[in-house]
Design a protein around this ligand. Structure first.
Ligand code: SDX
Length: 428
C-alpha cells in the first residue's frame, strides 16, 4: 500500500500520493492540490519544492554524496574523461569505445564557428565580460542553424544541435578571450582532444608551436567533470523552464549561461579569487574577514562557502582541494591565495556561526586557484563553469523534452492593491 499525505483544510481532509525515488527520497505529489482544494503552496526560492523527477544526478546534501547516472563523482573524476562523462549524462550510459569514438569525432567535426560570427566579436569592447559574450553568441548560433528552431524536429536533428553546442562552446569561449586580448583567434585542431583543443585555442599563438602540458589537461578534465551536472540548481532550472516553452536549445542554453553568471551561483568562483586577493592585499587577516562575513550589518559574504543543498562538505570541493595541491606542486607554483583559502577554511569550520548554519566550502571555493594555475584569467572562471555544466544542462533539457513535461508556469499569492477605479491625471 503506497504512502499518502493527509492535509486538513476548512474542516475537510484531503489525501495526496507520496512519491518515493530510487534513493528513497520522498515527495508529496500535489499536482492535483489546486483542483481539489483551491489552495496552492508557497515556497519562495523552491527550498522545499521538487520541480520534476529526474534520472540524471543524485545528490545527498546531508551525506555529501554526488552521483551521475549512479556513478560516484569520485570515480568519474579519477578515471573518466570529460567527453565520456558528457556522453554518460546525455545518453544515460557509459559509452563503448566505438560509441565514444563516434561521439568524440562528431564533436571534433563541429568545433569551427561560422566565419560571419567573427564580426560579432569585433563589435564588443575589450572589457566585455566573457559571460555576456558567450550568452549572446550561443543564442546567435540559432540564427545560423534555422533547422534547430524546432527542438523536436527529429532525434537526428536534436543530436546534431547537441553535438554542435558541445563542439562550439569551447571555441566561442576561447575566442571571447582572444578578442578581449586583441590577439589573433586560434582555430581548433582536429588532432587535439577536447581539453587540449580548448587550451590551444586559449593560449596558442600563430607565431609559435604550443603543446599542452598533460598535467593541465588532466586537471581541466577533472574540473569539467566535477562541474558537469548538479540536479535542479538555479541555471539548470532556468534551462528546464525556458526549454519547456519549446524554445530552441541554443536560446535555452543561453538562458542557462546567464543564470550561472550570478555571484551567488556560478559567478562565485570569480568572486572567491577576488575575495582572496582582497584579503591578501589587506594583510591576510582572515579572522577580520570571517568576522565581517558573520556581521549582519556587513554585506560581505564568504564567497565559495555555503550551499542550498550541501549541509556537509561539497564532495566536489574535497576533490578540487586535493587537486589544487597536486597541480600546484606539479607545476611548481606557490600561490599565496591557496594558503589564505586554507586558513579561511580552517577558521570558518571551527567557528560556531558557520557550524550552526552548516556552511562548508562549496565547488567554487578552490576551483579558481586551479584555474589561476592553468593561467586562465579570473573573468573566464565562470565561462569554465559553463563549459563544464553544458552536458548537464543538455541532459536535463533532453530528459524534460523526452518526458513531454508541460510548460513551466508557477502560481503566486497576490498581495497587491484590491480593485480601484482609474483616476484622471488632473485629479491625482
Ligand atoms: C553553486 O544549487 C547548486 O547546486 C549550485 C552549485 C551547482 O553546482 O550548480 O553547487 C554551484 O552555485 C555553489 C554556490 C556558490 N555561491 C557562493 O559561494 C556564494 C556564497 N554562498 C551563499 O550566498 C549561499 O550560501 C548560497 C547562495 C550558496 C545558498 O544560499 P541559501 O541556501 O539561500 O541560504 P541563505 O542565503 O538563506 O543562508 C542561510 C544562512 C543565512 O544566515 P541567517 O539569515 O540564517 O542568519 O547562512 C548565512 C546566511 O546569511 N550564509 C552565509 C553564507 N552563506 C549563507 N553567511 C556568510 N557567508 C556565506 N557564504
Amino acid at each position: 500500500m503506497s504512502e499518502t499525505a493527509k492535509i486538513e483544510l476548512d474542516g475537510k481532509t484531503y489525501e495526496f500520493p507520496v512519491v518515493v525515488g530510487t534513493e528513497n527520497e520522498k515527495a508529496i505529489d500535489i499536482s492535483k492540490l489546486r483542483d481539489t482544494t483551491g489552495y496552492v503552496t508557497l515556497d519562495t526560492g523552491y527550498k522545499n519544492t521538487g520541480a520534476t523527477k529526474s534520472a540524471i544526478t543524485f545528490l545527498d546534501g546531508e551525506l555529501g554524496i554526488l552521483h551521475y547516472r549512479g556513478y560516484p563523482i569520485e570515480q568519474l573524476a579519477e578515471k573518466a574523461t570529460f567527453i565520456e562523462v558528457a556522453y554518460l549524462l546525455i545518453y544515460g550510459k557509459l559509452p563503448t569505445q566505438s560509441e565514444l569514438n563516434d561521439f568524440s569525432n562528431s564533436i571534433t567535426k563541429h568545433t569551427l564557428v561560422h566565419e560571419d560570427m567573427k564580426q560579432f566579436f569585433e563589435a564588443y569592447p575589450a572589457k566585455a565580460h566573457p559571460m555576456g559574450v558567450l550568452s549572446s553568441m550561443v543564442c546567435s548560433l540559432s540564427t545560423f542553424y534555422p533547422e534547430s528552431l524546432d527542438p523536436n524536429r527529429s532525434p537526428e536533428a536534436k543530436d546534431l544541435t547537441i553535438h554542435r553546442l558541445l563542439a562550439k562552446l569551447p571555441t566561442l569561449a576561447a575566442w571571447s578571450y582572444k578578442n578581449a586580448m586583441r590577439h589573433p583567434f586560434m582555430y581548433p585542431k582536429n588532432n587535439l582532444d577536447y581539453c587540449s583543443n580548448f587550451m590551444y585555442m586559449m593560449f596558442g599563438m600563430p607565431t609559435e608551436d604550443y603543446t599542452v602540458d598533460p598535467v593541465i589537461v588532466d586537471a581541466l578534465n577533472k574540473l569539467l567533470i566535477l562541474h558537469a551536472d548538479h540536479e535542479q540548481n538555479c541555471s539548470t532550472s532556468t534551462v528546464r523552464i525556458v526549454g519547456s516553452s519549446q524554445a530552441n536549445l541554443y536560446a535555452t542554453i543561453s538562458a542557462g549561461i546567464s543564470a550561472l553568471w550570478g555571484p551567488l551561483h556560478g559567478g562565485a568562483n570569480q568572486a572567491v579569487i577576488e575575495m582572496l586577493e582582497q584579503i591578501h592585499n589587506d594583510g591576510g587577516d582572515v579572522d577580520k574577514w570571517v568576522a565581517k562575513a558573520k556581521d549582519k550589518e556587513d554585506s560581505f559574504r564568504l564567497m565559495g562557502f555555503g550551499h542550498r543543498v550541501y549541509k556537509n562538505f561539497d564532495p566536489r570541493a574535497t576533490i578540487i582541494k586535493k587537486a589544487c595541491d597536486d597541480v600546484l606542486e606539479k607545476l611548481g607554483i606557490n600561490d599565496p591565495m591557496l594558503e589564505i583559502a586554507k586558513k579561511l577554511e580552517k577558521v570558518a569550520l571551527e567557528d560556531d556561526y558557520f557550524k550552526a548554519r552548516n556552511l562548508y566550502p562549496n565547488v567554487d571555493f578552490y576551483s579558481g586557484i586551479i584555474y589561476k594555475a592553468l593561467k586562465i584569467p579570473t573573468e573566464m572562471f565562470t565561462v569554465m563553469f559553463a563549459i563544464g555544466r553544458l552536458p548537464g544542462w543538455i541532459a536535463q533539457w533532453k530528459e524534460m523534452t523526452e518526458n513531454n513535461e508541460p510548460i513551466g508556469r508557477p502560481r503566486q499569492i497576490y498581495t497587491g492593491e484590491t480593485p480601484r477605479d482609474y483616476v484622471e491625471i488632473s485629479k491625482r
